[in-house]
Design a protein around this ligand. Structure first.
Ligand SMILES: [Zn+2]
Length: 217
């Protein structure tokens, strides 16, 4: 869910309407996937109705800083996740009044609809030689977090996500190779959706696309 349309009633701030709209679009909103339709799949055919659009209003008078928390939503489920994100600073006498429409969308259409940071890497295979004579020599080049007392611990390397930081520093002490038949998927949600919901939806989309391909075949 993200702000898609903004109607300005009043804007005497130093920022143009377009810039404020862009900032509003990038404010992550809590999303309820089951409560809303994608506008182009909605019964209103994208015109905008209660089933596909959430309305937020904002009214502020300077001097103040306008924060995400100043956005008042008609649907209590659709609210900014980070209330302290600043939108614009208003000086004495400046005013901002607007109505914003938030809709569901796809990350490939606009980055504001991307709900998470997702990447995958091959499974690292880490060989540690704590008895190496070079350990003292390269100790300063390695992150201190990976040491458990005087010994390097694989558990700590994984725990602190430091595989890239130790790879290639000193192969005698830590040798990193990759198992190409297994990978690790990292999903870091921005807060709009839980990781479970993101994965569930991604699998649904993948399945629908596979069904489509089968049908075509
Ligand atoms: Zn609709």
């Amino acid at each position: 869910m993200a702000v898609e349309d903004v109607e300005f009633r009043q804007n005497s701030s130093v920022m143009y309407d377009e810039m404020i709209s862009l900032r509003l679009g990038l404010i992550p909103l809590k999303t309820k996937l089951d409560d809303y339709n994608l506008p182009n799949e909605c019964t209103c055919k994208g015109e905008g109705c209660a089933k596909c659009t959430a309305t937020l209003t904002l009214s502020a008078k300077g001097p103040c800083i306008v924060y995400a928390s100043d956005l008042k939503s008609k649907d209590p489920a659709i609210v900014p996740i980070y209330p302290e994100m600043p939108i614009v600073k208003l000086l004495k006498g400046q005013e901002l009044e607007l109505e914003a429409k938030a809709q569901l969308g796809l990350g490939r259409v606009h980055a504001k609809w991307i709900p998470a940071f997702v990447f995958h890497t091959y499974e690292p295979v880490i060989k540690i030689n704590n008895a190496s004579s070079k350990l003292n020599e390269c100790r300063d080049k390695l992150p201190p977090q990976i040491f458990d007392g005087n010994k390097i611990s694989e558990k700590k390397i994984m725990e602190h996500n430091l595989v890239d930081a130790v790879e290639g520093v000193c192969d005698d002490v830590i040798k990193v190779t990759h198992n190409e038949s297994n990978f690790m998927l990292t999903v870091e949600s921005f807060g709009q959706l839980s990781i479970k919901d993101i994965m569930k939806k991604a699998c649904e989309v993948l399945k629908a696309q596979s069904d489509e391909l089968l049908k075509e075949l």
